[in-house]
Design a binder for this molecule. Structure first.
Ligand code: ARG
Length: 460
C-alpha cells in the first residue's frame, strides 16, 4: 500500500486510504503497456546519457536494469499487483529495487503525463497496422468468394424487398469497398498518432537540456508534438481510432446481419459450416449463427468506447487531469473487440457456402418488372412513366394468377399493351439484365471481374 515513501510521497505525511488507492490504481489495465513503457524509458535514459544530464554509465545501468525487468515480466517472475498504482510507477520502483538510487535518475526531465501519452502512442503504432492487416484479411476472403462465385446471381434488395438481380460478387464487393475505406481511415489515424509527446514533461516542458528529437527518432516517431500542453492533454488520437473501429464494427455488423438473415430457412442463401455455428440444448434441428450474432452484438462495446472517450474529454481543462487515466479501458476494448471481430468475420466467410440455386431462383419473378419497363422503353420507345405503369399492372396480374412473370403468355402480355412481342421473354432472363447494365460501377459481369482484379492489385 502506498505510504509517504511512495515515489511521489515526499510532501505527504499519511498514507493514502486503501479505498482511494484501489479506486485510483490503473495497473490492472495499463499493465498491458509495460513493453511500451520500458521502450520509452530506455530511449529517455539513453538520451539523458547522450546529452550529459546523467553519465553514460548511469544511463547504461538504467538501460540494463530496464531490460532485466522486461525479461522478468516476460518470464512471469515479476508480476504486477494491486499494491501498485500504475505501470510507470511499478516499473520505476522495480528499477530502483534492482539497481539502487541511480534508478531514481530515470525520471529526470519527464513526467508520467508525457510518459503515458508516449506509451499509448507506441502501443497504437503497433495495434493500428495490426487492425489494418486484419481488415485486409477480410477483404481477401471476400475477393476469394467473389471469384469462386463469379457466375452466381442473386436478388439485390431495397427495403429488404427483392428489387433487381445482381451478381453475388457485386454484392460482396460492396463490402470490400467499405472495408477498404476502413483501412484507409486507420492509416489516417496512424499518421496523427505518429508524433512523440515525450519531453513535454508535466506539461510546460523542462529546464533540463533534453533532446526530444533524439527520443522521437529512437522510438520510431515521425516527429515531435510541437506544443507541450497539447502533447500531454491530447487524446484525439484515441477518439479517432475508436471512431475508425466503430465504423469497422458497423460494417461487420451489417455483414453479420445479412449472414444471419441469409442463413434462415426462409432465405436459405448461405450455409455456415459447423465450425462457426452452434446447436440448441433443447431443439435438435437448430444450427444457430451465433458467431455472426456476436459480431453484431459486440458493436455496442465499440460504440460505447467512442462515446466513453468523447465524454471523458469534453469538460477537461488543460492540461493533464487524472480523468484521462480512464482512457485505457475504452482504448483496449475498442482495439481488441474490433480485432477479434475482424478475425471472426474472416473465418465465418471462409466457412460459408452460398446456395447459388436458391439465390438464382429468388432472382427471377416479380423483380424482373423493371426489365419489362426497360423493354417497352428501349424496344418500343414508350415513355418510361407509362412503361412503369404497364409493368406494374402486369405484376399485379401475375400475382393474382399466382404465376411468375416468365410464365405469362404473350397474349396475356398483349392484354396490357399491344406493343409486346415474343422478344419480351429474352428480357425476363436475369442474366440478360446484368449484361444490359452499362454504367460504370454496375453489376455488369465484365465490370465486376475488373473490380475484382483491381482490388487484388491494391490489396495483395
Ligand atoms: N496512470 C496515469 C494515467 O494513466 C499516469 C499519469 C499520472 N499523472 C499524474 N499526474 N497523476 O493517466
Amino acid at each position: 500500500m502506498p505510504t509517504p515513501t511512495t515515489l511521489w510521497g515526499g510532501r505527504f505525511q499519511e498514507a493514502i486510504s486503501e479505498i482511494a488507492h484501489l479506486f485510483s490504481s490503473s495497473i490492472a489495465l495499463d499493465g498491458k503497456l509495460w513493453r511500451e513503457d520500458i521502450r520509452g524509458s530506455i530511449a529517455h535514459a539513453r538520451m539523458l546519457g547522450e546529452v550529459g544530464i546523467i553519465t553514460k554509465e548511469e544511463a547504461n545501468a538504467i538501460i540494463a536494469g530496464l531490460e532485466d525487468i522486461a525479461n522478468e515480466i516476460e518470464a512471469g517472475t515479476f508480476r504486477f499487483d494491486d499494491s501498485m498504482e500504475d505501470v510507470h510507477l511499478a516499473i520505476e520502483q522495480r528499477l530502483t529495487e534492482k539497481i539502487g538510487a541511480v534508478g531514481g535518475k530515470l525520471h529526470t526531465g519527464r513526467s508520467r503525463n508525457d510518459q503515458v501519452a508516449t506509451d499509448e502512442r507506441l502501443y497504437l503504432k503497433h495495434a493500428i497496422p495490426e487492425l489494418a492487416d486484419k481488415t485486409s484479411e477480410v477483404i481477401r476472403v471476400l475477393l476469394d468468394k467473389a471469384e469462386e462465385y463469379i457466375d452466381a446471381i442473386m436478388p439485390g434488395y431495397t427495403h429488404l424487398q427483392r428489387a433487381q438481380p445482381v451478381l453475388l460478387s457485386h454484392h460482396l464487393l460492396a463490402y470490400v469497398e467499405m472495408l477498404a475505406r476502413d483501412r484507409e481511415r486507420l492509416g489516417d489515424v496512424l499518421h496523427r498518432v505518429d508524433y512523440s509527446p515525450l519531453g513535454a514533461a508535466a506539461f510546460a516542458g523542462t529546464s533540463y537540456p533534453i533532446d526530444r528529437a533524439m527520443t522521437a527518432r529512437e522510438l520510431g516517431f515521425a516527429s515531435v508534438l510541437e506544443n507541450s500542453i497539447d502533447a500531454v492533454s491530447d487524446r484525439d488520437y484515441l477518439i479517432e481510432l475508436a471512431s475508425a473501429c466503430a465504423i469497422i464494427m458497423m460494417h461487420l455488423s451489417r455483414m453479420a446481419e445479412e449472414l444471419v438473415v441469409w442463413s434462415t430457412r426462409e432465405f436459405g442463401f448461405v450455409t455456415m459450416s459447423d465450425a462457426v455455428t452452434t446447436g440448441s440444448s433443447i431443439m435438435p434441428q437448430k444450427k444457430n449463427p451465433d458467431m455472426a450474432e456476436l459480431i453484431r452484438g459486440k458493436v455496442g462495446r465499440v460504440y460505447g468506447a467512442l462515446i466513453n472517450l468523447l465524454t471523458l474529454m469534453k469538460g477537461l481543462p488543460l492540461a493533464y487531469n487524472r480523468d484521462m487515466q480512464e482512457d485505457k479501458q475504452p482504448m483496449f476494448d475498442a482495439i481488441e473487440t474490433t480485432r477479434d471481430s475482424l478475425e471472426m468475420m474472416a473465418l465465418i466467410l471462409r466457412e460459408t457456402t452460398f446456395n447459388i440455386e436458391r439465390m438464382r431462383s429468388a432472382a427471377s419473378g416479380a423483380l424482373m418488372a423493371t426489365e419489362i419497363a426497360d423493354y417497352l422503353v428501349r424496344e418500343k420507345k414508350v415513355p418510361f412513366r407509362e412503361a412503369h405503369h404497364i409493368s406494374g399492372r402486369i405484376v399485379t396480374f401475375a400475382e393474382q394468377q399466382g404465376k411468375n412473370l416468365d410464365k405469362l403468355t404473350l397474349n396475356e402480355y398483349r392484354n396490357f399493351s399491344e406493343r409486346f412481342d415474343s422478344d419480351i421473354f429474352e428480357y425476363l432472363d436475369p442474366r440478360r439484365s446484368l449484361i444490359e447494365k452499362k454504367s460504370a460501377g454496375s453489376t455488369h459481369p465484365t465490370m465486376v471481374k475488373e473490380a475484382i482484379t483491381g482490388w487484388r492489385r491494391r490489396i495483395p
